[in-house]
Unconditional design. Structure first.
Length: 152
């Protein structure tokens, strides 16, 4: 399955993978070696913790490889004023609250920072709409109404 990413998002994933391979992996290997030198592995909590860290790190490296290999880069583009991947959408709720969202792929989403996935209820609802459109969106917290004030 394709992972839609910005160029910056892809670089961030590549940097994390490089750090996990070139820095974290050798540190964990060293911890495992030191723990083995302590003797009896059956009751060695340092060894257990290091092996658990190794397992997590290797799993994350595999996940990063999969994300990077399936990455489809999108860039800011003018889509005739329609909301699409990469769009910044300024909206106003029925209560008058103004918010700004950036539509990104699932791998980059961070709702707390206004980065919403194209696969989320909000992201799916915004895509294809234009400035001045009013939308009723069903979310896990209930129905929300937004008016699109601007699209970049």
């Amino acid at each position: 399955m394709n992972q839609y990413l910005t160029k910056e998002g892809l670089e961030k994933l590549k940097k994390e993978m490089e750090e996990r391979i070139n820095t974290i992996r050798p540190e964990i290997t060293s911890r495992i070696k030191e723990a083995k030198e302590l003797g009896d592995l059956s009751e060695n909590s340092e060894f257990d913790a290091a092996k658990e860290a190794q397992s997590f790190n290797e799993g994350r490296i595999e996940e990063l490889k999969r994300l990077i290999d399936s990455a489809v880069i999108f860039s800011d583009r003018n889509n005739g004023g329609q909301v699409d991947l990469g769009s910044t959408v300024k909206v106003e709720s029925k209560s008058g609250e103004v918010r700004t969202f950036v539509i990104v792929g699932a791998a980059e989403s961070d709702p707390g920072k206004g980065l919403i996935s194209n696969e989320s209820p909000l992201g799916q609802a915004f895509i294809g709409h234009k400035k001045k459109d009013t939308l009723e969106i069903k979310t896990p917290k209930g129905t929300v109404e937004y008016k699109i004030l601007d699209v970049h």
